[in-house]
Design a binder for this molecule. Structure first.
Ligand SMILES: O=C(CO)COP(=O)(O)O
Length: 260
């Protein structure tokens, strides 16, 4: 068993259906073998209930395999006049264990600043959810050799607001923007380099957290590149977009993580 249990988290984004949940669980029930990796489904919030039903219905068949549920976003506020928003408490009530925070699509398209991301991180933990914090540089930033600078900045704002110890209960996802949904994944070496940088930065404040935090890679992960990515020493699995909608391919990523 690896020091850190690998995780494969499926971010459905604004895709999927109750039927997809059913199809995935049918395969989980027969194909997942043990608890050597953790599998997380992050459907749109309207389908959390469908996933939860499947989790309940398949409890016995899953037989100790770790399948869990996460949300894709939450409000930084607890309750109130925030039309269209969902609070951490509501996600917790729906059976979520995880919540994705600061995905690049939300930062870019919905004006989520790093300050808001830091507030959402705090809100998630306040309500007993584990944040999956996304960080990553744009293509131009990489070309300008600003990758580490961008990642450090995104991390530091969350650390400043929440403290390093908050990362005791958090997961980080490195998702370079140029690799998200483009079919052009980071190479295993590129991913490893950034993951090691993130781990080192956290280790400087807490060696325990640095050693134990799981850092996922996200951006065009497929069954053909996953084994090399997941085999990197500082890559603890993946945050999967497109492929998480294909039950056969997603299951094959889960198997790869289980043997990583
Ligand atoms: O954004 C992602 C996961 O959060 C990655 O998406 P793709 O796997 O579709 O590139």
């Amino acid at each position: 068993m690896a020091l850190r249990r690998p995780m494969v988290a499926g971010n459905w984004k604004m895709n999927g259906s109750a039927q997809l949940a059913q199809e995935l669980f049918k395969k989980f029930a027969t194909k997942l073998q043990d608890d050597s990796a953790e599998v997380v489904l992050c459907p749109p919030s309207i389908y959390l209930e469908s996933v939860r039903q499947q989790l309940d219905m398949n409890k016995e068949a899953l037989n100790g395999c770790l399948v869990r549920m996460g949300a894709q976003n939450l409000s930084q506020h607890d309750f109130g006049a925030y039309t269209g928003e969902v609070s951490g408490q509501m996600l917790k009530d729906s059976g979520c264990r995880y919540v994705i925070i600061g995905h690049s699509e939300r930062r870019r398209m919905y004006g989520e600043t790093s300050d808001i991301v830091a507030e959402k991180f705090a809100a998630a933990q306040k309500h007993g959810l584990t944040p999956i914090l996304c960080v990553g540089e744009s293509g131009p930033a990489r070309e300008a050799r600003r990758t580490f600078e961008v990642i450090a900045e995104e991390l530091d704002i969350v650390i400043k607001k929440n403290g390093t110890m908050a990362f005791d209960n958090a997961i980080i996802a490195y998702e370079p923007l140029w690799a998200v949904g483009t079919g052009k994944s980071a190479t295993p070496e590129q991913a490893q380099e950034v993951h090691a940088f993130i781990r080192k930065r956290l280790s400087e404040v807490s060696p325990f957290i640095g050693e134990n935090i799981r850092i996922l890679y996200g951006g065009s992960v497929t069954p053909s590149n996953a084994a090399d990515l997941f085999a990197q020493p500082d890559v603890d699995g993946g945050l999967i977009g497109g492929v998480s909608l294909n039950s056969t391919e997603f299951l094959s990523l889960c198997s790869i993580a289980m043997s990583a």
